[in-house]
Design a protein around this ligand. Structure first.
Ligand SMILES: *[C@@H]1O[C@H](CO)[C@@H](O)[C@H](O)[C@H]1NC(C)=O
Ligand SMILES: *[C@@H]1O[C@H](CO)[C@@H](O)[C@H](O)[C@H]1NC(C)=O
Length: 320
């Protein structure tokens, strides 16, 4: 949309304000849509999650201008303030395949990731405020210490981890094209809870996947492992969710994401969380992953729910 209109001499739609970042190369361009989203292309540049380094989250704006936008993620999702209490007006989204999907498990240096391809993936339909089908591209996990590992918070409460299911709009053809569109991505977030002493129901599909992640011997696709994942089995029982318009939580931080975050967490044991934290990292100063969570941002888009606000209580009652 904008790269063509701004860069190739076509008529610039007055609805689009194109911001030129330093340098004239088209790969370095950020642009704001009429709807207010700041969009940026995928970047290859090195970045880190370490707060103290020069590649850390507070400096990501130097890697991609979008990281300083006004609709950035993650956010603290408050049930009480700023929410439109949907009370069921957004129905549950659905996939058109319920079978186990064959994927490739690998560690890209930032996240343990399962990528899906071609006819072997599922299409998501009926995500709130979207039209058309979205292709499941990858699933990855964010984590850090026991006190905070999730990226989003729910009523100020963090969880030990957060799974992201990344989908791009089928009509855009590729993930790279979709990140430069305001309605390009739908990311479904599921909170991971691990509590010391809890020996009840674990999410077995996730336990299986995370244990397989423990077999990854290095970063990059040369260490990838085949895996089978049934997406429906990693979802929590309750279909209650929050939804808002935000961004990717790592560079390029493009504001192309319709977020759907489940309110109820799923459980894994602390042994699985430890497997994640021990994964190798491409960080120049460390060989251990330990953390890949972006700090909370102050986005100003409206958070909606698909459940009645009168029923809102904080699901996570106690501290760890
Ligand atoms: C899901 O929908 C897509 C797009 O309409 C289609 O290409 C694909 O074959 C469907 N998959 C299944 C299992 O029905
Ligand atoms: C997850 O663990 C909590 C206790 O920490 C428990 O109350 C809850 O029922 C568990 N969830 C599932 C889906 O088993």
């Amino acid at each position: 949309m904008c790269p063509v209109q701004c860069g190739c001499g076509f008529v610039v739609l007055t609805a689009l304000i194109c911001l030129l970042v330093s340098g004239a190369d088209s790969q370095e361009r950020a642009y704001r849509t009429a709807g207010g989203s700041l969009l940026c292309p995928l970047v290859e540049d090195f970045y880190s999650y370490k707060r103290s380094t020069s590649y850390g989250p507070s400096r990501w704006g130097e890697i991609s201008e979008c990281c300083q936008g006004q609709r950035q993620s993650p956010r603290d999702l408050a049930s009480s303030s700023g929410s439109l209490c949907g009370g069921g007006q957004h129905h549950m989204f659905s996939y058109n395949s319920s079978r186990a999907l064959p994927g490739k498990l690998y560690n890209n240096g930032h996240d343990p990731t399962i990528s899906f391809h071609g006819s072997n993936t599922a299409y998501l339909f009926n995500a709130p405020h979207t039209n058309g089908a979205y292709i499941l591209d990858n699933i990855h996990i964010h984590f850090c210490t026991n006190a905070k590992g999730s990226e989003h918070a729910i009523d100020g409460q963090f969880y030990q981890g957060e799974i992201h299911l990344v989908h791009y709009k089928a009509s855009y053809g590729t993930l790279a094209k979709a990140v430069q569109q305001e309605d390009g991505l739908v990311v479904v977030g599921i909170m991971l809870q691990s509590r010391a002493g809890y020996a009840g129901d674990m999410n077995q599909e996730l336990v299986k996947i995370i244990q397989r992640m423990g077999n990854l011997e290095g970063t990059g696709k040369e260490y990838q492992l085949p895996v089978q994942l049934n997406v429906a089995r990693i979802f929590p029982k309750s279909t209650n969710f929050y939804t808002y318009e935000g961004s990717m939580t790592s560079p390029p931080c493009s504001e192309s994401v319709r977020w759907i975050i489940f309110r109820e967490p799923v459980n894994v044991s602390s042994a699985e969380m430890d497997i994640l934290r021990r994964l190798p990292n491409e960080d120049r100063s460390s060989t251990v992953q330990s953390c890949n969570d972006r700090p909370l941002q102050t986005g100003h888009t409206r958070v909606e729910t698909n459940f009645a606000c009168s029923s809102v209580t904080n699901m996570a009652a106690e501290e760890i």
